[in-house]
Write a protein that binds this ligand. Sequence first.
Ligand code: AMP
Ligand code: GLY
Length: 425
Amino acid sequence: MKVLLIGSGGREHALAWKIAQSPLLTTLYAAPGNPGVANCAEIAGINVDDHEDVLQFCRKAAIDFVVFGPEAPLVAGLSDKLRANGFLVFGPSAAAAQLEGSKGFTKDLCARYDIPTGAYQRFNNAPKARAYVRQQGAPIVVKADGLAAGKGVTVAMTIDEALAAIDDCFEGAFGTAGAEVVIEAFLDGEEASFFVLSDGRNALALASAQDHKRVGDGDTGPNTGGMGAYSPAPLMTGEMIARTMREIIEPTILGMADMGHPFSGVLFAGLMITAKGPELIEYNVRFGDPECQVLMMRLTSDLLPLLIATARGTLDTEKAEWSDDTALTVVMASNGYPGSYQKGTVIRSLPADRDDCRTFHAGTALSGGQLVATGGRVLNITATGKTVSEAQVKAYEAVAQVEWENGFFRHDIGWRAIEREKSVD
Ligand code: AMP
Ligand code: GLY
């Protein structure tokens, strides 16, 4: 089978690494890819923003299966175009990708199918939004409706903060993504990410993970795309997973089919585990980054048949097997991220990959034979261990071997789970 993987981050390196191990694979192509992906795949020199270019490549290379990493090309309709031209695709239609592309769409779905989530209202103008915030009080959460690169959410601890966030949205800080605003109740609890595959009718639970969104140690500083993750998330017990499937995931899959937008792909539920149980914060229609890296390190099954069954509608006969070990990844980012940072700084040396410790590339490139950092998040140093503490020690030992002057990382990835482990000892 010839596979084309779309995307260029650490998530795609982890997917490429896993897909490349499949006995079903003949050739793996990737676009745009990165130097890590290039170790597992042939880079297809195509522009993924040019849908016609991608289609022509798929025809010429006789691609059997296209796997999407990121959400942007899904929301832009590339999966629809490829499907309409007869290609087998892993990734939802643009209509189903609204689960990530429009927060209002997802909240309305929750209301319609009784899925637990914070109470909310949608607004298309500032005065009504401001009045609602004044009436509800703080803490309260203000969200730009559309895709805003993870920056469109303000968890406002005061009314003034919420009012300022409303003004930002309607004054165009997030472009068209902010033309509509969702205001929702603040949910108190601990967050977890939960991943399932769905073929439009069936849902197959994958695994849980916990991300670290803030840039600084102790969960301080601005939000980022994620500075590290581990899997599984200890608070996602068997019982909590069963509740999440029953109360959140299954009604979503049924609801999407019922509304004429069956969801086929990976559904990433951002959950708040509150005193009442799991509540939905948001959906993404793709694997998390860096959550995918820890999931792939733990998945012992062949990934490719699972993705194919998702695309073909035969997930009911599939099973996913996982290692009981914990996987933990530390993100190394360019100094200054998530603000502005220097591009092109040289990474002189990386630790050698082993079965229990690997480096996934995110924003890297080769320049004059040297590996350089080109993005905000650059490397994902990922290790496994019997406990979170053991995986953490191994990951940070490997981080210490990276020779890159311009990089930084959080020193406390896994802290919540490690506190739990200590309290059990
Ligand atoms: P989102 O982009 O919707 O995942 O939101 C980004 C982050 O904001 C989440 O990971 C949460 O930490 C926080 N957040 C979003 N919605 C809520 C909410 N209703 N209550 C508390 N925190 C929230
Ligand atoms: N790490 C969070 C995300 O991928 O959205």
